[in-house]
Write a protein that binds this ligand. Structure first.
Ligand code: BG6
Length: 480
């Protein structure tokens, strides 16, 4: 018997910058992703100031959803999606982020997309900013490092909430906002639109914790404003946060390892989670700032708005877990998360540890701490797929991965967690955020394009397409 509630929101997820393409169509402005070059597992993506001769910028073309949205939404409907998580490209609505009036053509595009979803009874779940900041805001005032970004975001959020108030009910503010807590600085560019002098690529960003954590504070304030404004525009809106969950395990029962893992939960999950759910920074924040030599500018109005703009549900991405130890001799993990290798787990071809039980574990921890509904809005496996001559794609590894993770969610529901939905990441193949590759594929649907945008862009159903269709039809009962 299925443990999933009757109205469980089954579906898939994409993001505008990795999926839409058409970067210069319909009055769209450049976003930070349009000057983010391609890379690979071993070659970091370049962050350039403007277009550079000789570099390829994969997000500009991506999967060309812009011209395929009808076909793509029909495929989602065929699988039985109840929900489709997507994002709005900020730069289609405000090309530089700083205009006083929105771009009508951009607004019309999303009207058409939402109408198409509604036609099939698919509920859109819309991220306001999924790694997406207008490039002009970065060039002009370094993105969220400057408080001007808060007003730009408020204007953008107000415009889209008002326009789509009868078409969209579920919203998310910023994608994986907690990446901006990582001390390696990886969240500077994609999350905050911050590009520090000297930064050349994604993996080796020049980091200034003062700038980054102030930028994160500004973004948390902007997100809280959006929640408040959204609820005023339509009290029926359900607005969530979005945290990248990378649960940390201690490598051993050495108390040093255990405390190291706890510290990681604090900075990676609770720092943003507490602000967004509880409306204030957690108890350890003062020490956290001191340790990094940071003094934040937090106004009384900020504190007030953080209290008033708390989220209705907690959403998260989950791909892998992390293992921490104070023992330097243990073999390091290959994942960009860092940490050491987990001897009990296998990894995908990009070194990401596959850990379904980790999902059950984190759902229990989060629900215990926050006690609000939870949605898993990203999960999946990036893999090399092969399109056969007859147009089929056999991806048993994807089915196996998803089966185990869905089983883990079912167990968590049985544990008592209020889990309301699941949107598998990259339901139709798209450009990888980390590497810019197309060949790191997640989808139920294969898109015929290579890492350089060569191909027909035709869509092909993989074996997992039919498997997920059955899972949804039986409300998670039949995972065979
Ligand atoms: C999440 C992001 O971190 O992971 C997505 O929200 C991203 O945008 C996904 O695509 C998978 O990562 P990658 O690097 O394989 O694309």
């Amino acid at each position: 018997m299925s443990k999933f509630p009757k109205d469980f929101l089954w579906g898939g997820a994409t993001a505008a910058n990795q999926f839409e393409g058409a970067y210069d169509v319909g009055g769209k402005g450049l976003s930070i992703d349009d000057v983010f070059s391609n890379g690979s597992h071993t070659q970091p993506r370049r962050i350039t100031k403007d277009t550079e001769e000789g570099l390829y910028y994969p997000n500009r073309i991506a999967s060309d959803f812009y011209h395929h949205y009808k076909e793509d939404i029909a495929l989602m409907a065929e699988m039985g999606f109840k929900v489709y998580r997507m994002s709005i490209a900020w730069t289609r609505i405000y090309p530089t982020g700083m205009e006083s009036e929105p771009n009508e053509e951009g607004l019309k595009f999303y009207d058409a997309v939402f109408d198409e979803c509604r036609k099939y009874g698919i509920e859109p779940l819309v991220t306001l900013s999924h790694y997406e900041i207008p490039l002009a805001m970065t060039n002009e005032f370094n993105g969220f490092a400057d408080r001007r970004a808060i007003d730009c975001f408020k204007r953008f959020a107000t415009t889209v909430f008002t326009r789509y108030k009868d078409k969209v009910k579920y919203w998310l503010t910023f994608n994986e906002i907690n990446l901006a807590t990582w001390d390696n600085g990886i969240g500077n560019y994609l999350v905050l639109g911050v590009r520090n002098e000297g930064t050349k690529d994604y993996v080796h960003q020049v980091d200034d914790p003062q700038v980054r954590l102030q930028g994160l504070h500004n973004q948390l304030v902007a997100g809280a404003w959006a929640v408040k404004i959204g609820h005023e525009i339509n009290p029926e809106f359900k607005i969530g946060n979005m945290i990248a969950m990378n649960p940390a395990y201690p490598y051993s029962c050495n108390p040093e390892d255990v405390f190291k893992a706890e510290r990681n939960w604090q900075s990676d999950t609770y720092y943003c989670g507490d602000v967004q759910v509880r409306g204030e920074y957690p108890f350890f924040a003062e020490k956290y700032w001191q340790d990094r030599g940071v003094t934040l500018d937090i106004t009384e109005e900020d504190r007030q708005i953080l209290k008033e703009g708390t989220v209705d549900f907690f959403s998260l991405s989950y791909y892998q877990t992390l293992v921490l130890t104070s023992d330097d001799s243990v073999q390091k993990s290959e994942s960009m998360l860092g940490g050491v290798k987990n001897p009990y787990l296998k990894s995908n071809d990009w070194g990401w540890a596959i850990d379904p039980t980790g999902l059950r574990y984190l759902l229990n921890v989060l629900y215990g701490r926050y006690n609000i509904p939870i949605m898993v809005v990203e999960n999946g496996i990036g893999a090399y797929d092969k399109l056969e001559e007859d147009g089929t794609v056999h991806d048993p590894y994807r089915i196996a991965y998803l089966r185990e993770h869905i089983k883990a969610m079912s167990d968590a529901i049985e544990d008592g967690v209020d889990l309301i939905g699941y949107t598998m990441w990259g339901c139709i193949d798209l450009t990888s955020a980390g590497t810019g590759e197309m060949k790191k594929r997640y989808g139920f649907v294969y898109v015929d394009s290579d890492d350089y945008g060569n191909g027909s862009f035709d869509r092909f159903r993989k074996d997992s397409f039919y498997w997920y269709q059955k899972v949804i039809k039986t409300n998670g009962d039949d995972l065979s």
